[in-house]
Write a new protein. Structure first.
Length: 211
């Protein structure tokens, strides 16, 4: 299966992607991870990306797609792959196709904006060991203190309410149109607020027709 994970930031794409890669035996390819790997390995496209990153600039679409093409050409992708974080818009989707990176299905994990906001703004991250907590679903034993190392728990910039709203707005304006772009390839899973990770996983597997 060649699968794209689609959904708003905080919808649980990464978590469900890890579950699917274990079940299907195909790699999950995250934009951030492959960018870092390509830079670390000093591949030709990775060196291009590093030049932009060192200047504090966004890596252009053609460089990102070039790195995706390098990654999906590896042997472990022979039976398929799961894309997380790309494409972000219709232009990237067209570039993927032009580079022979095809898609069988698009899994849309649909979570309401207000639920996303509560999930993300409730997260707390340890300033020392980076352990992640949540004030409702996974609170620390002592408020504001990491269970593991005793470090101070802080709100990351990405988890501040204004940042979350900005990221949701970008998703709706730039990425959500991919639902129409991919048409009947889209498999939608609507996740209720009370759904656990395991329950969401069951919904995902049922929607994709896998055991």
């Amino acid at each position: 299966m060649k699968l794209v994970l689609l959904g708003a930031p905080g919808a649980g794409k990464g978590t469900q992607g890890e579950m699917l890669t274990a079940k299907l035996g195909i790699p999950i390819i995250s934009t951030g991870n492959i960018l870092r790997e390509a830079v670390r390995n000093a591949t030709p496209v990775g060196l291009k990306a590093k030049d932009f990153m060192d200047k504090g600039l966004l890596v252009p679409d053609d460089v990102i797609i070039g790195i995706m093409a390098e990654r999906t050409a590896r042997d472990d992708c022979a039976n398929g792959y799961i894309l997380d974080g790309v494409p972000r818009n219709a232009a990237q989707a067209e570039m993927l196709e032009a580079n022979g990176i095809t898609v069988d299905k698009v899994l849309l994990i649909d979570v309401a904006d207000d639920v996303i906001e509560r999930r993300m703004t409730g997260r707390r991250t340890c300033s020392k060991c980076s352990a992640v907590y949540h004030i409702i679903s996974k609170p620390p034993r002592v408020e504001g203190i990491c269970d593991l190392c005793g470090g101070e728990l802080v709100v990351r910039a990405d988890d501040k309410p204004e940042t979350v709203r900005d990221r949701l707005a970008v998703y709706h304006s730039q990425t959500e149109p991919l639902i129409e772009y991919y048409g009947d390839k889209v498999v939608k899973v609507s996740v209720p607020e009370t759904s656990s990770v395991a329950e969401t996983g069951e919904l995902v597997c049922k929607a994709l027709g896998i055991d």
